[in-house]
Design a protein around this ligand. Structure first.
Ligand SMILES: Cc1cc2nc3c(=O)[nH]c(=O)nc-3n(C[C@H](O)[C@H](O)[C@H](O)COP(=O)(O)OP(=O)(O)OC[C@H]3O[C@@H](n4cnc5c(N)ncnc54)[C@H](O)[C@@H]3O)c2cc1C
Length: 820
């Protein structure tokens, strides 16, 4: 077949000729896949890419997201030499300015995080900012930040360069070719139908931007995104504006500014966005623009006039209003669809697709070629969503808020407010009546804390102690000293059933999974690199019937990963049952006393009959209600997790609260659970445990049994065993209780040198100071007492706080207390 005839088969079909599709095609060819076909319904760049502003801002909230942009920057700089196509790359740097003290504190935190992430970034004086950006008004500013490596590009040119590079690597690009259906067989994509004929393919990649949701739906795949209008203006020439001017961001005024042909391009992220295309994207929306909307732009214009007085008299040459797709959490969507094998997605770029496109394209190409991601991509993993997220009403409501998040204060515990409540535990109304303040995770409404009055059930955001501090402190202390009940219904739960279940578990778990009914084990699920895919608890109910419990956010991801490991023909079925069972944690030294009062046979709770880590069925006194209890908590106290049929949950909860009155039983929320687990040094998936870390680095070798026989990751661990890990997870305690609050992301220093960053932090109410976890590079040394005795500090918003570093948990009660 010659290169111009339309193919009937290809190794990979990429749908969408925007920057992301072209980047994926380019990188596939770089990884040696020659037979790549890219299909574009219109012409290259005609979707959202052509009208992007072209800002390439490097620093992101998550280290690996920063790495993706850093790679984009490297790539865009060299593409012209490689392909002969200019990209408009200009490293002009960027300035962020602050109008409020909170924003200044944020800048200090950003500067610390940037150091941890290896991004050049410095706090500069307002005078210095004025020198760098003479057309800016500065008399109302409180601070400024300078990122010298930030850049700007011409998005259409970068895309053409990527397409040219892909062609040079063997890919074929077909414009004016629309994909009309995704073909599939036996749960896997097998090709596409197009307006020019069918193409069989080993792999189909949906890079269709705002159209990706519809394409996903064609294939039964959830791609939760929604279009919103995004607008900017471009002025005529302005005195003092030149091509070397940095990009300017004034987040308190919601605006960004870029030089454009001697004038200014002024855009922004208004707090309440305008969703678009509620009834679907119109046909043939090629190089489409939306009508000018000065009402929507007003808040941006008002702020731009404050910052750039020259705009008063400048000519407005263009009003650009183009749609872009946004996702429920403002992160893009990548990976192989859990619903359909060999169907990959890279879409929903929330206005950072130009900056992220190079890195995201490479990361997805590696995922495709190697069968799994090569670094932790959890913040953008398609499996962080579930089916219910693909609801148009939810998406429309949510994107109204999401667009504005770019410049809203990124408070550490910020909760989104739109399109809620979604999923509710059976105890929701009871807890709401007791002034629970709910947060949202994986759609679940979860109590963060309980306030004394309804009016107090709110979060007053700040970088320091927030209004709820005393409420969470009381819940924390009650858990350590008496007893609390926490509604953990949002936990993900699965049954694994069938004759081969145990064999499957032994293959996927690093720990030895018991075959004794009534026992449980904590284990990691590792990949072939020996790093974490998940961590969970397995309970053996019968020898063919196991309950798996994991974190709230991971239900889709864990189900997908585990199902992929079940060999064809094996008798093992994974059944999601998260919403079937409510989960109540009864925690604290009086937890057993409390539980004894409500169960039919109190003696069954004795240490001998119900030891630490066991699972038992117990019945609620005076009723026909039976439920499961597992003796363990995430708080490091004596306690039990109860797994209760949703229909019974209210009665069990009421019985506990009634019976525990004289024990002063109280509700506990997630903020208390977080500070409790950090005092006890318990790791959390997505923070301390990710595909970037192995059990030796994480300090969890106790949960690895190399001698039990083969399991996924064992070879990698055998190669590592006995060698000092390159980095080590440490617990940190701030020596002074009056230090500023750490929230995660802060730089860790050892003897003044950066060695890592904080993964989780909270105020530990029992130890009376900040408690944190974070990885520190060891430089090949053993993390022994002498090494740990060095001077450790955490940089909290520019203040170097001395901390004590330890491999052990800051709070470690006698085993007898934990085990009762
Ligand atoms: C006003 C504005 C300013 C922006 N500024 C910036 C910025 O400064 N920096 C930054 O990083 N990002 C910016 N963005 C965001 C950026 O433009 C996007 O994130 C990026 O272009 C998304 O690229 P994409 O390839 O995912 O989507 P698109 O460019 O939309 O590409 C998807 C392609 O898929 C094609 N397609 C869809 N369905 C089919 C089908 N069935 N068959 C075949 N082809 C199909 C479409 O025609 C389209 O060309 C901005 C966005 C807007 C709207």
């Amino acid at each position: 077949m010659n290169s111009h005839s339309f193919p009937d088969s290809a190794r990979a079909v990429v749908i969408g000729g925007g920057i992301v599709g072209c980047s994926v095609a380019y990188h596939l060819t770089r990884l040696g896949w020659r037979d790549v076909v890219l299909l574009e319904q219109g012409r290259l760049t005609c979707g959202t890419t052509w009208h992007a502003a072209g800002l390439v801002g490097q620093l992101r909230a998550h280290q690996n997201m920063t790495r993706l942009v850093q790679y984009s920057a490297e790539l865009y700089q060299k593409l012209e030499a490689e392909t002969g196509q200019a990209t408009g790359w200009k490293q002009c740097g960027s300035i962020l300015v602050a109008r409020t003290p909170e924003r200044v504190t944020l800048f200090r935190r950003i500067a610390s995080a940037a150091r941890a992430q290896g991004v050049a970034c410095e706090i500069i004086s307002i005078e210095e900012a004025a020198r760098k950006y003479p057309v800016m008004r500065t008399d109302d500013l409180l601070g400024a930040l300078w990122l010298p490596e930030d850049a700007k590009v011409n998005p259409a040119d970068v895309t053409q360069a990527l397409a040219r590079g892909a062609r040079m690597g063997g890919a074929r690009v077909f414009e004016q070719t629309r994909v009309t259906a995704i073909q599939q067989k036996n749960g896997a994509a097998t090709g596409v139908a197009t307006t020019r004929g069918d193409i069989k393919a080993e792999v189909v990649i949906n890079c269709a931007g705002q159209w990706a949701k519809q394409l996903g739906r064609m294939a039964g795949v959830t791609v939760p995104l929604h279009s919103a209008e995004h607008m900017y203006i471009v002025t005529g020439r302005i005195d003092g504006v030149h091509p070397g001017l940095p990009v300017l961001r004034d987040p308190d005024g919601y605006i960004y500014v870029k030089e454009e042909v001697g004038g200014l391009l002024v855009g922004g992220f208004e707090p309440v966005a305008k969703p678009w295309a509620m009834d679907g994207i119109p046909e043939n929306f090629e190089f489409g623009m939306l009508p000018d909307d000065w009402d929507q732009f007003q808040i941006l214009m008002e702020n731009a006039l404050i910052r750039l007085p020259a705009l008063e008299t400048a000519e407005i040459k263009t009003f650009m209003n183009g749609p872009e797709s946004f996702t429920p959490d403002n992160n893009f969507i990548m990976g192989e669809a859990p619903e359909l094998k060999n169907f990959f997605v890279a879409a929903g770029f929330n206005s950072i697709g130009i900056a992220s496109g190079g890195g995201a394209g490479r990361a997805l190409a590696e995922w495709i070629v190697q069968g799994e991601p090569t670094l932790d991509l959890w913040p953008v993993d398609i499996r962080r969503f579930a089916r219910f997220h693909d609801n148009d009403r939810f998406l429309k409501g949510r994107v109204s808020e999401v667009l504005g998040l770019h410049y809203k204060m990124p408070w550490p515990n910020r909760e989104l407010l739109s399109a809620r409540p979604q999923r509710r535990s059976p105890l929701y109304d009871r807890l709401a009546a007791q002034h629970a303040l709910f947060g949202s995770k994986m759609g679940w409404e979860r109590p963060n804390f309980f306030a004394p009055t309804r009016a107090d059930a709110r979060i007053d955001y700040s970088w320091e102690r927030q209004n709820w501090f005393p409420y969470a402190a009381a819940e924390h202390k009650a858990t350590r000293e008496a007893v609390t009940v926490a509604d953990l219904t949002s936990f993900s739960k699965f049954w694994l059933q069938g004759m081969d279940s145990h064999a499957v578990l032994q293959r996927i778990c690093a720990n030895d999974v018991p075959l004794t009914p009534g026992s449980t084990v904590y284990t990691g699920l590792l990949n072939a690199r020996g790093t974490y895919e998940s961590d969970l608890t397995v309970s053996c109910h019968t020898q063919v019937h196991f309950l798996l419990v994991t974190g709230t956010a991971q239900s889709t991801r864990d189900a997908d990963w585990i199902r992929r490991q079940i060999p064809p023909g094996a008798d093992a079925r994974l059944i999601e049952c998260g919403a079937a069972y409510a989960t109540l944690a009864v925690m604290g030294p009086r937890s057993r006393d409390l539980l004894r009062r409500v169960v039919t046979k109190p003696q069954e709770l004795d240490d001998a009959t119900f030891p630490f880590g066991a699972v038992r069925e117990i019945s609620l006194r005076g009723t026909a209600i039976l439920f499961m209890a597992i003796r363990r908590t995430y708080a490091g106290e004596l306690g039990f997790e109860l797994y209760i049929d949703q229909a019974f949950a209210g009665q069990v909860y009421d019985a506990l609260m009634e019976a525990g009155r004289d024990l002063d039983v109280r509700n506990a929320g997630y903020y208390a659970v977080e500070s409790l687990r950090l005092e006890k040094g318990y790791r959390a998936w997505g923070r301390e445990l990710t595909p970037d870390y192995n059990p030796y680095e994480a300090g969890l070798s106790f949960a690895v049994k190399l001698g039990k026989g083969d399991f996924i990751g064992r070879d990698a661990l055998l190669a590592l065993k006995g060698k000092p890990p390159a980095r080590r997870l440490l617990s940190f305690v701030a020596l002074s209780p009056d230090t500023p609050i750490a929230h995660g992301g802060e730089l860790i220093l050892r003897n003044g040198e950066p060695v890592g960053d904080v993964t989780s932090a909270a105020y530990g109410h029992t130890v009376g100071g900040i408690v944190a976890l974070g990885y520190a590079a060891t430089g090949g040394a053993r993390a022994d007492d002498a090494w740990l005795a060095a001077r450790f500090e955490i940089d909290i918003a520019g203040e170097r706080v001395p901390v004590r570093a330890s491999l052990k948990a800051p709070y470690d009660p006698a085993g007898a207390r934990l085990k009762g």
